[in-house]
Write a protein that binds this ligand. Structure first.
Ligand code: HSE
Length: 403
């Protein structure tokens, strides 16, 4: 009989418990042994009667129980989870988690501790919710040299942008619905300011390029400044706005960024709507592979957590390929050295714009006021673009990306 524990009984935690209990018989066949969910760590008083005998408020009950071999951490944040996860790994228990903040900030250290104790630290649910991406990247594409990864990695913001683009819905109303559906983080600024996407692209970049990419070193922009006017101008050039996280290898260095971007309708990423996520992986031998599915929500995320539990239960040694080195951040290219095309909306006349930017592609929308214009620049260095923009009355800017 193999015994597990779940830390946290929020949206993902309760989903994990439900999926585990509902599919227990099938999971037992996969593991080849009986399974028991022995504890659920939760500070609230018995939030679900069905699992009354499993709740504990004392983490030590789990840590000191030698029968528990796998622990699922679904508390979120770093404050409590980091200490709990570290202690479990050091006690010889494998840990699985959906916690992108924990993996993005402490991944290298926790993977190292897992190796030292011959256990596993798995985190399939931390990126793309129910989409299998960590294991495919780590195993199926392991013979390839990864050149680039780009993705829509946040369900909440993609849901909001879809509502704005397809239903002309305002930002606040769309966010409220995303919260009600259980997609958003407890503090939704992590979603809308781009930090959640940033953490996820950092995890993918760390895994793909073998060195820890820390979120604090990555230029990150969210979607709070996007307006329906921008949506309309982009529509006029057959494009949509998506929040994109990308990481690209450039020699020995890596370019990583999170930003809202203008994407042509023909891109595989453009048709990804609502809570769905998509991750494009470009590698030398395989070319482009796109992973698509529900990127947030109770059951898709819980499914990935339970799959990791099963994997951890089936494995009696560290999966050595699931690893990256800690490192200095000198391999990250400062974003001001990167180049892009840019979309700009400004309260300015065309002549002034052309004096500064030279030839641009002009855009139009119905009902635009006389003093408003919008255009797309040629390829420009980020620092040069910022300098040019400082001479205009800019209302909004976006990068134009070719995926
Ligand atoms: N808040 C996250 C999202 C949850 O909307 O994608 C899944 O990581």
């Amino acid at each position: 009989m193999k015994k597990i524990a779940v830390l946290g009984f929020g949206v993902v935690g309760s989903g994990t418990v439900e999926v585990f209990c509902k599919n227990k018989e099938a999971l037992e066949k996969k593991v080849g042994d009986g399974l028991d969910l022995k504890y659920i760590l939760e500070i609230r008083d018995c939030p679900d009667e069905r699992f009354r005998d499993k709740f504990t408020k004392n983490f030590d009950d789990i840590l000191n129980d030698p029968e528990v071999s796998v622990v699922a951490e679904v508390i979120g944040g770093v404050k409590y989870s980091y200490g709990y996860v570290k202690a479990c790994l050091e006690a010889g228990k494998s840990v699985v988690t959906s916690n992108k903040e924990l993996v993005a900030t402490k991944g290298a250290e926790l993977l190292k501790i897992a190796r030292e104790h011959n256990v596993n630290f798995f985190f399939e649910a931390s990126v793309g919710g129910g989409i299998p991406i960590i294991r495919p990247l780590n195993q199926c594409l392991s013979t390839d040299e990864i050149e680039e990864i780009a993705g829509i990695l946040n369900g909440t913001t993609n849901f909001i942008l879809t509502k704005m683009i397809k239903e002309n819905m305002g930002f606040d109303e769309a966010l409220k619905i995303a919260q009600e559906l259980g997609y958003a983080e407890r503090d939704p600024s992590a979603d809308v300011e781009g930090h959640d996407t940033c953490r996820k692209i950092c995890i993918l970049a760390s895994l793909a390029f073998g060195r820890h990419v820390y979120p604090d070193n990555i230029h990150t922009e969210g979607i709070t400044k996007i307006t329906l006017e921008d949506v309309k101008y982009c529509e006029s050039m057959n494009s949509v706005i998506k929040l994109i996280g990308f990481a690209a290898k450039r020699g020995d260095e890596v370019a990583v960024m999170t930003c809202p971007a203008v994407i042509n309708e023909e891109s595989q990423l453009a048709g990804v709507n609502d809570v769905f996520n998509a991750i494009l992986v470009r590698s030398d031998a395989t070319g482009d592979v796109v992973f698509y599915g529900k990127g947030a929500g109770k059951y898709p995320t819980a499914s990935a957590v339970v799959a990791d539990i099963v994997n951890a239960l089936k494995t009696d040694h560290t999966t050595r390929s699931m690893h990256w080195e800690d490192s200095a951040q000198d391999f990250i290219i400062p974003y001001r050295k990167l180049s892009n095309r840019f979309y700009v909306r400004a309260a300015e006349d065309r002549k002034t714009v052309e004096d500064i930017f030279g030839e641009v592609r002009w855009l139009s929308r119905d009902g635009a006021p006389d003093n408003e214009c919008a255009f797309v620049t040629g390829e420009l260095n980020e620092a040069v673009f910022e300098e040019k923009c400082s001479k205009l009355n800019v209302l909004g800017t976006l990068r134009v990306l070719d995926y």
